[in-house]
Design a protein around this ligand. Structure first.
Ligand code: ADP
Length: 253
């Protein structure tokens, strides 16, 4: 069965895109999985980090949502073996038109249904809000990965995330699960990181991934080389922590 996971948090800068693309590459590299990344964030960061030139896209996710082109024409297979449905800022122009369409919450789910069989994992990188694109991502997913950065505002945002998931479950009748909450950007020199991690663990208990992603320069630099952390710094702590996450997500299926 295909695992469909949205990487979701309404806060920006928490490592949603960083997690989506490194996890995707890791699942291909270490677990030989067939992985599709859907970039439903108009910033296009996951697409760019996977080496896609996002300013030269002939077709992109918005064309699929508008039924302009078949999905096969939009799919890009990257050097790492991950397939991507990319986006750039032009997706943002579709937000208002799509918001007025009947069945707007299910556009993505319906669009990808014909190709799901080809993949073991579909990872959907969400925008930092709970607008129509994020709702489409959640409705197309079985579970969510929630990266939370080790900051006070990161912790405060947790209530909003749970509220959004409740809305999807109760009002849209979609039983989405929490695949795991991921502590990101952990800085062990800083007391706040420990305090936020302790508070998150107390709140989410077994829903926390055991993996903790540290704040490292290499993780930040890797996208500018169009590489995952596994190629850019294979022996560093960033690669080993994202590899642990790959193992945990692989087991979740
Ligand atoms: P989001 O998708 O949640 O907005 P990003 O994945 O784009 O967040 O990350 C925001 C910024 O933080 C990017 O510049 C990224 O390279 C950097 N970043 C993410 N995770 C880490 C980390 N563990 N260590 C250092 N920098 C990180």
């Amino acid at each position: 069965m295909t695992q469909k996971l949205a990487v979701f948090n309404m806060k920006g800068g928490v490592a949603k895109s960083t997690t989506a693309y490194n996890l995707a590459v890791g699942l291909v590299k270490f677990k030989k999985q067939r992985v599709l990344v859907i970039d439903i964030d108009p910033q296009g960061n996951a697409s760019a980090a996977l080496g896609i030139p996002i300013w030269q896209l002939e077709f992109q996710l918005k064309d699929v949502l508008q039924h302009k082109v078949p999905l096969a024409q939009v799919l890009v297979t990257t050097a790492s073996g991950v397939d991507v449905i990319p986006s750039n800022i032009l997706l943002a122009e579709e937000e208002i038109p799509i918001s007025g369409r009947p069945g707007r919450e299910l556009l993505l789910k319906k669009a990808i249904a014909p190709i799901l069989d080809k993949y073991n994992f579909v990872l959907i990188d969400c925008p930092p809000n709970v607008g129509v694109f994020a709702i489409n991502a959640l409705m197309a997913s079985d579970g969510v990965i929630i990266p939370v950065d080790m900051s006070y505002l990161g912790l405060l945002g947790v209530q909003g995330i749970e509220h959004a998931l409740t809305l999807v479950r109760d009002q849209l009748d979609h039983p989405i699960a929490i695949a795991g909450v991921l502590a990101t950007r952990y800085d062990r020199r800083n007391n706040l990181s420990k305090e936020v991690l302790d508070a998150l663990t107390e709140h989410f208990g077994s829903k926390m991934f055991k993996t903790v992603i540290p704040e490292t320069v290499k993780i930040r630099e890797a996208p500018s080389h169009g590489q995952s952390i596994f190629e850019y710094d294979p022996n560093g702590v960033g690669a080993s922590s994202y590899r642990e996450l790959v193992n945990e997500v692989y087991k979740w299926q």
